[in-house]
Ligand binder design. Structure first.
Ligand SMILES: [Zn+2]
Ligand SMILES: [Zn+2]
Length: 398
């Protein structure tokens, strides 16, 4: 699994294309041209053998095999003897997964030490990548220890939390840059106007309305990119550990108190309130799903002053879905009850699951096909109703 992904990472990091296709391409007559362009960087040997040669990234290598291979191949540059170089790990030097490797000449005793990972401002790259990857698959320190011990790797970084913070900070910075850029792009696509239309949507970590964590996103309708996001959480581990005895206000992560159902409202308000300062735009149109509490609260807060009117758009998909939802609920509520004609609501030629799907489709089409004409839209929507109501004996007329 990781192999392809890391291959990509490596390629993007180095600009070298060592993929199979590049190797094949390089055997074409125009391969020289590609080499000139620097698009393909391969040694002559690779061209002859067609071998893939990877020059960057991480590998899991058995240190014993590495040592044997080097010993059998190289000559000591100090004493010129052969079969004398061992590769050892200086195990006192371990910093998480990073360590220092030593090339030692058994003959003359000369040594060369080098690190197993590049170093960044925030520690060894391999440790940052490791913690980041564990967080990406939703695992923490305990799972890391198991993974490393089974793979016979050094112990994972002990300061897991510290590294997580570094990664969180970096990701946060990158995310903000991207969102600021997306907002600028939306302005361009909106003919330069900084009053842009957004879709607001809230999503919860868990289904239902009992979730502790939620995220509310604002997506530009002009370019479909996320321009702002608010994460809300009702849970703080610190509060639980200290049982609220110690005041830890300064690093408390809890930022929301209230029913999970109102998270979207809170997120929407925050997004609107900071839009001018942080994104340089005003959100003039609010596209929301069926729940209009968020919109209502935003309007009440008047984020852009007394006179600025924020428009509400309904997402047609959601409006359409509501027709189906209501009909399905009706069938459920009427279960077992006899209607005026003595029959139940469901069954053959009655309000079946398929019939509901069809009614929902007609309803959506009635709106969609008459976007510019409200009267035609009304007629088209009601047409389905009268069509269904109508029988040969009792023709229904709108
Ligand atoms: Zn030597
Ligand atoms: Zn707390």
């Amino acid at each position: 699994m990781g192999c392809e992904a890391s291959e990509e990472l490596k390629q993007s990091a180095t600009g070298l294309d060592t993929s199979e296709s590049a190797v094949k391409d390089s055997r074409r007559p125009d391969a020289d041209l590609a080499l000139d362009k620097g698009a393909v960087f391969l040694k002559d040997r690779d061209l002859l053998t067609g071998d893939k040669q990877t020059k960057t990234g991480y590998l899991l290598v058995d240190i014993e095999l590495l040592s044997e291979a080097i010993s059998g191949f190289v000559q000591c540059k100090y004493c010129s003897s052969t079969n004398c170089i061992s590769v050892l790990e200086n195990s006192n030097s371990r910093r998480g997964l990073a360590c220092r490797l030593v090339l030692v000449c058994k003959n003359c005793g000369e040594e060369h030490t080098f690190p197993s990972s590049k170093y960044t401002n925030n520690g060894y790259e391999v440790n940052l990548r490791f913690v980041y990857s564990m967080r990406c698959i939703g695992k923490g320190s305990a799972a890391s220890k198991v993974l490393c011990s089974v793979l016979n790797l050094p112990k994972p970084p002990t300061r897991f939390q510290k590294v997580t913070e570094v990664i969180e900070r970096s990701l946060g910075e990158v995310a903000t840059e991207c969102m600021v850029e997306a907002a600028k792009e939306a302005v361009q696509e909106n003919a330069g106007s900084t009053d842009i239309a957004i879709a607001i949507d809230g999503s919860w970590q868990k289904r239902g309305h009992a979730s502790l964590n939620g995220v509310v996103t604002a997506t530009s309708i002009d370019n479909g990119k996320v321009v702002d996001v608010v994460c809300l959480t009702k849970y703080c581990h610190g509060c639980v550990v200290t049982k609220n005895k110690v005041d830890h206000t300064s690093n408390c992560v809890k930022n929301f108190d209230g029913a999970s159902g109102t998270m979207e409202v809170e997120g929407a308000v925050q997004i609107f309130k900071r839009s001018i300062e942080e994104r340089g735009v005003r959100y003039s149109t609010y596209l929301g799903d069926g729940d209009s509490r968020g919109f209502q609260q935003v309007v009440n807060e008047k984020p852009y002053g007394e006179h600025f009117k924020i428009e509400k758009w309904e997402c047609l998909g959601h409006v359409q879905k509501r027709m189906g939802n209501r009909l399905r609920k009706l069938v459920k509520d009427m279960k077992g009850q006899k209607l005026a004609d003595g029959k139940i609501i469901g069954g053959r030629n009655r309000l079946t699951k398929d019939a509901i799907d069809l009614l929902q489709l007609y309803y959506g089409n009635g709106i969609r096909n008459n976007i510019d004409d409200i009267n035609k839209m009304k007629r088209a929507v009601w047409a389905t109703y009268f069509h269904k109501l109508s029988t040969d004996e009792q023709p229904a007329v709108p």
